[in-house]
Design a binder for this molecule. Sequence first.
Ligand SMILES: [Zn+2]
Length: 287
Amino acid sequence: MAFLDQHPGIGYPAAAGLGLLIGSFLNVVILRLPRRMEWQWKRDAREILGEPDIYEPPPPGVVVEPSHCPHCKHKLSWYENIPLFSWLLQRGRCRHCQAPISIQYPLVELLTAVLVLASVWQFGFGWQGFGAIVLTCFLIALSGIDLRTQLLPDQLTLPLMWLGLIGSMDNLYMPTKPALIGAAVGYLSLWTVWWLFKQITGKEGMGHGDFKLLAALGAWCGLKGILPIILLSSLVGAIVGSVWLYARGRDRATPIPFGPYLAIAGWLVFMWGDPMIAAYRQWAGLA
Ligand SMILES: [Zn+2]
């Protein structure tokens, strides 16, 4: 690790390559994890309702099964599976059936590579940088899944929170106390908003996954990060949401997932929270 710190000419390209590889794995998680969850829910529901157990073949697992073209089922060989470059070389089409390949693949790969680079640039090639990469990957997977399915799986939000808390035991970014209180306050703050909204309007304006995601971000950013994350995510959400509604012309009841905004705000506060808060205080004349 010290070697990579002293030789950024090797460290940064290695980080970018690693980011592309992780991004290609995150694509698989984003596509396959929700299908796997839905399959399990259906099976559990049949059991609870006492319905006969119909055999449904399980959807492909996240880790083991190889990638294939969703259109012609052709299994991808290694040179068709190189992150970013295969998509560019094949001009976004399957080599066999010419079916278009979603731009989600290269976008997630590129985004992951850029954010992994930012993580090591900010925190270096040590445990702090490694932790930042882990957080970044979870947030990309959660955002992608929320955008596609309006779900924030417990399988991702809860481990992310535990990892943040475990890291704080060794004082990775902060001591345990602010991390633990951050997680609790993160959960309770959005839960309170949800509860009040429900009492007043009788509707549920937010999913429970959002509370758990903010709890996880509290474990990584600490108590002092919670308010900036809420403000920043609401701001980004309001801007993107209005543009989206204006462009799509949908009615206002269309659910727009809040998870990606929380993830973006949480990531920014984790990376540059202190300078951001200092700049805000100066701007507001509080310094
Ligand atoms: Zn194909």
